[in-house]
Design a protein. Structure first.
Length: 101
């Protein structure tokens, strides 16, 4: 489940980039409403991966899935970092627009 949320988080962020390029009526800044969804899904992936790793250690490896939990954690961290970067970029852009206007 953690891996699914990690992939979902990255898909949210990829959709925020791809949709404005495919649809002319959607502005690039309007498509960035998916950034918070990617951030939350990334956090959920990290939390679920942590829980899966704990379960793996608690059962002394009998439950399996340690590699998948590590991959989910990596995907979640990457999604959170991309979301934070996109949020900062939009914030800087907004400040520049306010200063210019």
């Amino acid at each position: 489940m953690a891996f699914l949320f990690g992939v979902l988080a990255l898909l949210f962020l990829a959709a925020g980039v791809a949709v404005p390029q495919l649809r002319d009526e959607i502005e690039p800044l309007a498509a960035l409403v998916v950034v918070p969804a990617g951030f939350v899904a990334g956090l959920v992936a990290i939390a679920l991966a942590r829980r899966a790793r704990f379960e793996f250690q608690r059962t002394l490896g009998r439950s399996g899935g340690d590699g998948l939990a590590v991959a989910a954690r990596v995907l979640g961290v990457v999604a959170v970092l991309i979301s934070l970067t996109a949020g900062l970029a939009v914030g800087v852009y907004a400040v520049l627009v306010l200063v210019q206007g």
